[in-house]
Design a protein around this ligand. Structure first.
Ligand SMILES: Cc1ncc(COP(=O)(O)O)c(C=O)c1O
Length: 483
């Protein structure tokens, strides 16, 4: 099984010296340090990570970006305040809103209508949504599928209003490191700048997702004067284990050292692999791997099925079952592979061969069905020119409607509930999240009102056999607030 998924070390033993992990599984004994009150070797390791990304202060996280998002949101707002965020935010964001009784104001829900993936945000989106009550903005960039928002302009817009910007960059730990300006130079223009460099106040990086570090390892960066450092530290102590793993912490430190020493080679490899995939698959007729104009992050290889000749899940299953290629996830019309600088030529070649073979099969089926032209598989969007060099502006936005909000998540989640049949749910207030996986964007959140459209949408996804989570059962019951 070849791993086109997290973690970024790809089980490549050469990517990490973490062999014999028990040897470094220490605890807060003499001569060592305490993550919750660091003053020695952990502080020094955090400072090394900080140097790479260039914020004011960097904290190690041993409970994943999850603990970083919880701490950042909790520190940036007081209980009951309002935060502006995208609907597609990770569940740790919603959990923070629940724990701190926050009100969420949503940004317009934008979908790239060609590939059906969440769209990125511009300064105008933010300015159009910041009202007086908004005390903080929360943006995910890059998204799971690799779209990046205009963080510099958004940070400027937030700072004009004197409110902080949190960027959930869990998937962007490999973006432009500070200290080696060449990373942002001509050769590397395909690697976006990190959200730290672009001026966000709080940035969360899962080093385990795209860099060679162990699962659960992440970083939280803070800069500027809008975030109270003592509050932030208090919440880090609340949300993280009181026994932080030295294996995880040393994994972060070794990962940072690896990037400092070989980061240039990592970026070279990532772009080389990505461009190889892009060029080799450019002439596919039924499958398409969108390039830089649609996907900013070179690490995300979206294999899109044109015109519904196959579902994303079917493509994912074929790659797994027939080619032993395990991808990260399947969407409605695509399967998503994650690549990193620690992939191998052999692995990349296997992915390319599989994509070409499946494409040829689909094209042959198509010809048989149609008898003449390659109607459904016509390559109208050749990606030959889309190597990772420069960005153009072609996006395809679609705004979707969000449900009416009756009360905050905190109030709705703590209320008395009952289960009702789908048919009787119209007008009732949801007491649960109902999510479509992947990527897990809520169809409805606690405190929102079931409309006929939402109920029909859920029934449609169930009929299609898709993975809808948060229902009482798949037969037709939903959890709502008692009247
Ligand atoms: C956008 C985003 N933020 C945060 C997280 C949480 O990261 P972790 O698994 O490191 O806790 C994830 C995990 O998938 C994510 O996709």
């Amino acid at each position: 099984m070849y791993p086109f998924h997290m973690p970024g070390h790809k089980r490549n033993l050469e990517s990490t010296p973490m062999k014999g992990a028990f040897r470094c599984d220490i605890t807060e004994i003499d001569g060592f340090d305490n993550l919750h009150d660091e003053s020695g070797i952990i502080l020094e390791a955090q400072e090394r990570a900080n140097k790479l990304y260039g914020s004011d202060k960097t904290y190690f996280l041993v409970n994943g970006s999850t603990s970083g998002v919880l701490s950042a949101v909790s520190a940036a707002l007081k209980e009951g305040e309002t935060i502006l965020a995208a609907r597609g935010s990770h569940k740790s964001f919603y959990n923070a809103a629940y724990l701190r009784h926050l009100n969420i104001k949503y940004l317009p829900y934008k979908i790239d209508s060609r590939y059906g993936i969440p769209e990125s945000y511009t300064k105008e989106d933010i300015i159009g949504s910041i009202t007086e009550d908004v005390k903080c903005v929360f943006i995910t960039s890059p998204t799971y599928e690799g779209k990046c928002s205009d963080i510099k302009a958004i940070a400027d817009a937030c700072h004009e209003k004197n409110i902080p910007l949190i960027v959930d960059a869990a998937h962007g730990a490999h973006f432009g490191f500070k200290g080696d300006e060449d990373f942002a130079g001509a050769e590397y223009q395909s690697i976006p700048y990190s959200a730290v460099k672009l001026g966000a106040d709080l940035v969360i990086h899962s080093v385990h997702k795209t860099l060679p570090s162990m699962t659960q390892t992440a970083l939280l960066h803070v800069q500027g004067n809008l975030i109270d450092r003592d509050r932030l530290k208090r919440f880090l102590r609340i949300y993280q284990s009181s026994s932080p793993s030295y294996i995880l912490m040393s994994s972060i430190d070794l990962c940072i050292k690896e990037i400092q020493e070989n980061g240039r080679e990592f970026v070279d490899n990532l772009l080389k692999y990505r461009n190889k995939i892009q060029i080799a698959t450019a002439k596919c007729r039924c499958l398409e791997i969108p390039g830089k104009s649609a996907i900013d992050d070179a690490a995300k290889v979206l294999i899109y099925v044109r015109n519904g000749t196959m579902t994303g899940q079917a493509l994912y299953d074929i790659l797994r079952e027939e080619y032993n290629l395990q991808l990260e996830m399947a969407g409605d019309k695509y399967a998503l592979a994650i690549i990193s600088g620690w992939d191998t030529n052999e692995g990349i070649d296997r992915l390319i061969s599989a994509v070409l073979e499946i494409d040829a099969r689909l094209a042959a089926d198509d010809r048989q069905k149609d008898g003449s032209a390659h109607k459904s598989c016509d390559n109208k969007h050749s990606n030959t020119e889309e190597c990772y060099k420069a960005k153009d502006d072609s996006t395809y936005d679609l705004e979707c409607r969000l449900p009416e909000v009756a009360m905050s998540i905190g109030i709705a989640w703590d209320a008395e509930t009952e289960n009702v049949a789908f048919n009787d749910a119209e007008g009732r207030i949801s007491a649960e999240f109902v999510n479509l996986y992947p990527p897990g964007i809520p169809l409805i959140a606690p405190g929102e009102v079931f409309s006929k459209e939402i109920i029909d949408e859920i029934v449609h996804y169930l009929d299609e056999g898709m993975n809808v989570q948060g229902l009482v059962d798949r037969k037709g019951f939903i959890c709502v607030r008692q009247k």
